[in-house]
Design a protein around this ligand. Structure first.
Ligand SMILES: [Zn+2]
Length: 470
């Protein structure tokens, strides 16, 4: 997510839009505009009352937010760069927070906040970038591929169990692909082509040994399936590749936690997962070359939700929260017209008419290649506005009448819980740009690596009187 200082300052904005040639050009363009009073009224009518329910909210929240950086290795060789992606992943206990709030009369104990920050050691994935080659590798691209696969293989929930790695989660997701590249077997996946000789469809296994292209014998890595290597260059900035990796890993991590709980707690997984919610910064979508994974995530969630239902539990609560971007900007434009305590599921028609008027509508529906969640506009009782997304409640977008069904409120069994949860956190989420930071700022939070404490902490949830229910 961009930070404030990344935008151009006001002076340069003023200079640009007042340049006569640019002003003339802008007049010829279509873009989002502020609605008239009448239009605003009509928009207000599209919103519905927030669904009410007295369901129990999850006590544990995992908030995930990534960032990436690229930096020169030394000042004197500025174009020789390393990059890294950092993923903050925080577990917040609402129960502990409530106690804190009562004890401190709504003020936060600065020592406990300091403790939270101390615990917040995000996962860092370093990458070679412009003009940096790992020993034994031929170029930046091969070095980048090697580093990515190693990171995913070595980030494990249980250190001595390779099948608890992020890479194994990637195998699960890749095996769920439809068409030629799907395997329906989580022990193997297919990469679409060899990065060295372009041989098509190579099958790889979830094993520790290095694997080789059957044609050119060059190393091939399971994570080549994400196709991020295609955007790696030898001598220029690799910020595109880094941002793609950040985006895709932010979405793989919740699935990773869900998979680990499902596998290691086969008796009590439904209780543990129903007491847990995920917040991801940004829309529920994966962009660029790894975008295919959005469909696998949707399919995986659908399978898990089916299991949850068998145990009498609702769908997994995975919430994408958007602080910036077209939809958030648009909502600010119409905010004045919308009544409090209302919600609206954005339809494709609405989006193409008002939010992205310059885009040709896609016949398959908005975000067909990228999105796995529906965007909602929410205005709370206190008048704060949020853009959030919930996963589409279907296994795939080929469901009948998908474009219509995806905006039907009654299809989202966790909608009211999501709204209640956002309202519960609303003061903190509203002001701040980064979800985990916003949460950690005021809440008792414990940072997680995909390894270490997550299983202990989550399993405690089930021990506290919940296990016996299953
Ligand atoms: Zn090859």
């Amino acid at each position: 997510m961009p930070y404030k200082y990344e935008y151009a300052d006001k002076t340069s904005h003023f200079d640009i839009v007042n340049n006569p040639e640019i002003a003339k050009f802008i007049q010829e363009c279509d873009f989002m505009t502020e609605p008239s009073g009448d239009e605003g009224e009509r928009m207000n009518e599209l919103f519905v009352n927030i669904p009410q329910s007295d369901e129990v909210l999850p006590e544990k929240i995992i908030a995930i937010d990534g960032s990436y950086y690229e930096a020169s290795v030394q000042n004197r060789i500025p174009s020789t760069k390393v990059g890294y992606v950092k993923i903050g992943s925080l577990l917040i206990d609402r129960g502990q927070y409530r106690n804190l709030r009562v004890l401190n009369n709504r003020f936060v104990d600065p020592f406990r906040v300091a403790k939270v920050q101390e615990n917040n050691s995000p996962i860092t994935f370093p990458f070679p970038s412009s003009n940096i080659v790992l020993k034994g590798k031929k170029n930046v691209r091969d070095s980048f591929r090697y580093a990515m696969d190693k990171h995913l293989y070595e980030h494990r929930t249980i250190k001595n169990k390779p099948d608890s790695s992020l890479r194994t989660t990637l195998f699960y997701l890749a095996s769920l692909r439809t068409g030629e590249l799907g395997t329906d077997d989580p022990k193997k996946l297919k990469i679409h082509k060899c990065p060295s000789c372009e041989k098509k469809e190579i099958e790889l296994y979830d094993i520790p040994e290095e694997q080789y292209c059957p044609s050119c014998k060059s190393p091939v890595y399971p994570s080549d399936c994400l196709r991020i290597w295609e955007e790696v260059t030898d001598y220029q900035s690799n910020s595109v590749a880094l941002s793609r990796f950040m985006n895709v890993i932010e979405h793989i991590i919740p699935i990773h936690y869900i998979r680990i709980v499902r596998e290691y707690y086969s008796e009590s997984f439904a209780n543990i997962l129903s007491n847990l919610a995920f917040f991801i910064d940004g829309p529920l979508a994966v962009f660029g070359n790894p975008a295919w994974i959005h469909a696998s995530i949707l399919r995986y969630l659908n399978k898990i939700n089916y299991d949850m239902k068998r145990y009498g539990k609702g769908s997994i609560l995975l919430i994408g929260l958007q602080k910036s971007g077209h939809v958030a900007e648009y909502f600010k434009l119409i905010d004045n017209y919308i009544n409090n305590n209302k919600i609206f599921a954005i339809t494709d028609n609405y989006r193409y008419t008002y939010i992205t008027p310059n885009n040709e509508p896609s016949s398959n529906g908005f975000g067909y290649e990228t999105y796995y969640g529906q965007d909602f506009l929410l205005k709370t009782e206190s008048g704060r506005i949020f853009v959030f997304a919930l996963p589409y409640p279907f296994a795939s977008k080929t469901e009948k009448n998908f474009i219509y069904e995806k905006t039907k409120y009654s299809n989202y069994d966790c909608l009211s819980k999501a709204v209640q949860l956002i309202k519960d956190f609303e003061c903190d989420l509203y002001e701040n740009a980064v979800v985990p930071v916003a949460l950690a700022h005021k809440y008792t939070a414990i940072s997680l690596e995909p390894g270490t404490k997550v299983l202990d902490l989550l399993s405690q949830t089930s021990i506290k009187g919940l296990t016996s229910e299953v």
